[in-house]
Design a protein around this ligand. Sequence first.
Ligand code: AMP
Length: 412
Amino acid sequence: MRVCVVGSGGREHALAEVLGRTAEVVVTPGNAAIPGSRSVPPEEIDADLFVVGPEAPLVDGLADRLRAAGRLAFGPGADGARLEGSKAWMKDLLAAAAVPTARYGSFTEEAAALGFLRTLPGPWVVKTDGLAAGKGVLVTGRLDEAEDDVRAKLAGESFGDAGRTVVIEEGLSGPELSVLAVCDGRRAVPLAPAQDFKRVGDDDTGPNTGGMGAYSPVPFAGAAVVGTVMDTFVEPTLAELRRRGIDYRGVLYAGLMLTPDGPRLLEYNVRFGDPEAQVVLPRLTSDLAELLAAAAGGDLRRAPGPAFGDDACVTVVLASEGYPGKLRRGDVIEGLDAATALGATVFAAGVARDGDGRLVTAGGRVPAVTGTGATVAAARRHAYAAAGCVSWPGMHFRSDIARNVSEEARTA
Ligand code: AMP
């Protein structure tokens, strides 16, 4: 099978690597460090299966255009991708499907938004309705900060048009969990759960980012928790999508918080997570290309269900100076070979070649370094040993990814 992966980040690198175990893979546009990268529009590439990595082209209807051209595409159409493209639409759909989620209101008018905000006890959560690369969410214990954020978002100052509608939510607390399900429009199968780390700083400090690290498996998320997530969140959502005439073929990624009152849905993403893909996909022992082709074809029963090995994975994202704010670019990246020599896998995102052919930084999140081990703790040591080989001026990363997972803990 020949598979075309669309995208240019670490997630697409992980997809390409794992699909490449059983398929021939081309990546568009890819990047300077992903083998098989080609700067050709996907519509012009000849492949048996297209796997669309990022949310923006899905929201923009790339999967629809590929299907209209008779191609087999894994990824929802623009209709289903609204789950991620509009948080207000997503929250309304959750209400229709009776999926447990935080109490919320969506607003375009400042006075109404501030009025609702002040009825909530706090902490306060203010989200852009539209896409904001994972950075459009403010969670704060200060009402004045939440009010300022509502004003800046609605005025289009902080996130442009994506923020002209805001979703305001009650703040929940508890451990977070990502469960990614592969869907064929009717059926869904879960992948191994992961936990990701969204804030830029250790101990969950600083602003939200696209994701600074992740690990899988998650000791507190065994088969029973995954079963609950499928029954309470994924299946009712797929059924509601179908009721609305939406044939959802792709990843439905449930971002959950396990609160004292039970699991609550924080967000849906409509694609593999980044960096969750960098820890979940390498653990697969079954054939990813076959699974995604079956889902794209509308019948998951044609492929064996996903199977995972016992080894754990931890990934640490190495970021450029200034990320997630104003970035510095063009610094020469040293030490990637030393990291891979330790047996870690480097998934490259914001990289380019300079005039001398050297790999340089070209984005906020640069490589994600994935370590493996018999336990999460062992995988963590492996990932950090490898990350310690890599450097460039201003590079920063979190030092606490998977730190709180105990030495012995393991749950597949
Ligand atoms: P989202 O993009 O909606 O997943 O939000 C990004 C991050 O903000 C989540 O991973 C949580 O850490 C945090 N968050 C989102 N919604 C809430 C909420 N209602 N209560 C507390 N934290 C939240």
